[in-house]
Write a new protein. Sequence first.
Length: 168
Amino acid sequence: MIRPELQAQLLRYREALFGAAILLLGLWWAWGALGLITWLGLALAAFGAVILWSGLRRARIRSAHGGVGVVQIDERQVTYLAPIGGGFASLDDVVRIEIGRDLAGLPVWRFQQLGAVLTIPARAEGAEAIFDALTALSGANIDAAIRAVNTPPNDTVVIWTRGVAKLH
């Protein structure tokens, strides 16, 4: 049988492993064939490399769980359900998204709206979906968000701010 720690790591990196397998298959085809099969192998290897890169990025997002509450994303609205301090934030109304530390030193997301701040623990169930929501925001620094979630920053890390429209 597989140890639980190894099984957890395999599940965490499942997309990356799948991409690596496709990459290796494509390289094998390209190496041992001629003509059209060589080009198909190279195309398959490129496809596998893209899946591998995406899988590694997602594996970095899937960090520890066990935080308080549940996060749901639906129609550009982030909802945080918790016994204390839950709430929601529409991405259309958010002016700033940042990651900081809570009183225990754990990373938390902060969605700032006019007059309100929604604070979500980075370890809350379903918090990985926040990264998918960030892709809808132009200029969001997803790599900084991944680093900040995995190693809590000493200072607040700004992930995204709404641009101010200039009036002429």
